[in-house]
Ligand binder design. Structure first.
Ligand code: FAD
Length: 388
C-alpha cells in the first residue's frame, strides 16, 4: 500500500516542531539532570491540542487521524524522547483504552481532562512476574458488596504517579475459565483510592524526564462500574491497545534517528581533524549516510503502518505492519545513537551534548510495548510460522 503525507500534515509537523524548539528544547538538559517531570510543559502540550489529536470533538479533541499523532510524537521525540513518550503513553495508553472500551459515563468523567492535558492516565499491564507473558498476571480483583477489591502489583508504569495522574487502568484476574486459564478484566482505579499506592519513581538509565512507577494494590476498593469494557476481555483489550502503541513508539524512534542525523551532520561539518572537517573522512561520512537511510526507511515503515490504521485496514494487516515498524525503527534508533555518539568522539560521552542523552534514552525503545524478540515472534506468526 502506498501512502503520502498531506500539506496539512506537513503544516502540523512544522507547528509541533516550532513548539518543541521553543518550549521544550531549552529546558530538557536540566529536566533530565534533575529527573524532573515538567507538569507545565505537559499543560502547554495540552493547550496546543496534542493530547486531543485523535479524540472526538465532544470530549474536546480535534478528531484528527492517527498519522497526525505519530507526527507529533516524532517531532517531540526529535527534541527529547521522554517528552515524546509522555505524549505517546498519555494518548495511546491513557486516553485510548477509555475512549475505545469505556462506557458513556466513564468517557464523560475522565476524557475531558485527559484530552486537555490537565490530567494523565497510566496503563498497568506489566507485573513483576508478567511482562512479555502478560497473560500470567497475578493481580486479582474480587467482587464484594458491589465493589471490586483489587490486590497485587504492577511494574514500570508510565505516567502513573505524577501530580496530575488521575487514574490507572489495570488488568486483573477476575475469575477462572477452567483448565488453569484465568479470566482477565480491566479495572479503572482512580488516583487517591485507599490501598492504591504509586511507589517512589524508578531510577532509570534513560527517559529521566518521564514518570515511571511501581504500583501496589492492597484491598483497593472501587465501584463495580469501574470495570472497563466487557468482563473477561481485559487481555484482548490490552493487546489491541498495544498495536497502536507500537506504531507510536516507532514514530518516537524515528524522531530519535532524525535527531542523531541532525546532530551528527552538523558536528561533522564543524569539527576538524588533520586540517579538514571530519565529514570529509569516508569513515565518518558513510556512517552519516547510514543515518539518513535509517531515518527515511523508518519513516516509511511508520507512516505506512499509520496510514493502514487510518484507512481501517484489517486488524491482521495492521498488526503485522505495526510489529515490523516497531522492530526496525527501535533497533535503528539504538544503532543511530551509537553512531552519533561515536561521531562526537569524547564529547559524545559528555552529558552537556544531547547525543549522550539520546544514547541513554534509545535502549528502552527495544523493550517497551513489546521487546524486539516479541516483535519477531509476532512477525513470524504473521508469516504463518508455527513459532511458540
Ligand atoms: C521505562 C519503562 C516504561 C514502561 N511503561 C509501561 C507501561 O506504561 N505499562 C506497562 O504495562 N508496561 C510498561 N513497561 C513494561 C514493558 O512493556 C516490559 O518491560 C516489556 O514488555 C518486557 O517485559 P519484562 O520486562 O517483564 O521482560 P521479560 O518478559 O521478562 O523478558 C526478558 C527477556 O526475555 C525475552 N523473552 C521473553 N519471552 C520471550 C519469547 N517468548 N521468545 C523470545 N524471547 C523472549 C524478552 O524479549 C527479554 O529480552 C515499561 C517498561 C519500562 C522499562
Amino acid at each position: 500500500m502506498s501512502f503520502s503525507l498531506s500539506a496539512e500534515h506537513e503544516d502540523f509537523r512544522n507547528s509541533v516542531r516550532e513548539f518543541a524548539n521553543a518550549e521544550i528544547a531549552p529546558h530538557v538538559a536540566q529536566w533530565d539532570k534533575d529527573h524532573h517531570f515538567p507538569i507545565d510543559a505537559v499543560r502547554k502540550m495540552g493547550d496546543l491540542g496534542l493530547f486531543g489529536i485523535t479524540a472526538p470533538e465532544e470530549f474536546g479533541g480535534a478528531a484528527g487521524d492517527f498519522t497526525s499523532l505519530c507526527i507529533a510524537i516524532e517531532e517531540l521525540g526529535r527534541v527529547d524522547q521522554s517528552i515524546g513518550i509522555t505524549l505517546e503513553a498519555g494518548v495511546g495508553l491513557g486516553i485510548n483504552p477509555i475512549l475505545t472500551f469505556g462506557t458513556d459515563e466513564q468517557k464523560e468523567k475522565w476524557l475531558p481532562d485527559l484530552v486537555a492535558g490537565r490530567a494523565l492516565a497510566g496503563f498497568g499491564l506489566t507485573e513483576p512476574g508478567a511482562g512479555s507473558d502478560a497473560g500470567a498476571t497475578k493481580t486479582r480483583a474480587v467482587l464484594d458488596d458491589g465493589d471490586w477489591v483489587v490486590n497485587g502489583a504492577k511494574q514500570f508504569i508510565t505516567n502513573s504517579g505524577s501530580e496530575i495522574t488521575a487514574l490507572v487502568t489495570v488488568t486483573a484476574r477476575t475469575g477462572d475459565r477452567g483448565e488453569g486459564r484465568p479470566e482477565i478484566s480491566t479495572i479503572v482505579i482512580p488516583s487517591g483510592t485507599p490501598g492504591f499506592t504509586a511507589e517512589p519513581a524508578y531510577d532509570k538509565l534513560g527517559w529521566h524526564i518521564s514518570d515511571t512507577h511501581p504500583l501496589t494494590f492492597t484491598d483497593a476498593r472501587v465501584p463495580e462500574g469501574n470495570l472497563l469494557g466487557e468482563r473477561g476481555r481485559g487481555f484482548a483489550q490490552f493487546l489491541a491497545t498495544l498495536d497502536d502503541g507500537r506504531v507510536a513508539i516507532a514514530a518516537l524512534a524515528v524522531g530519535c534517528v532524525q535527531a542523531c542525523l541532525d546532530l551528527a551532520l552538523e558536528y561533522s561539518l564543524e569539527r576538524t581533524t588533520f586540517g579538514k572537517p571530519i565529514g570529509a573522512k569516508q569513515g565518518v561520512a558513510f556512517q552519516i549516510s547510514d543515518l539518513a537511510v535509517m531515518a527515511q526507511a523508518g519513516r516509511a515503515l511508520t507512516y505506512q503502518a499509520a496510514s493502514l490504521k487510518d484507512a481501517g485496514a484489517p486488524a491482521k494487516e495492521f498488526k503485522q505492519a505495526a510489529a515490523i515498524a516497531k522492530l526496525y525503527t527501535s533497533e535503528a534508533a539504538v544503532t543511530a545513537t551509537r553512531i552519533a555518539t561515536q561521531v562526537f568522539g569524547g564529547y559524545g560521552f559528555m552529558e552537556e551534548y544531547p547525543v549522550a542523552r539520546f544514547y541513554r534514552d534509545a535502549k528502552i525503545l527495544e523493550i517497551g510495548e513489546g521487546t524486539s524478540e516479541v516483535q519477531r515472534m509476532l512477525i513470524a506468526r504473521g508469516l504463518g510460522l508455527p513459532v511458540e
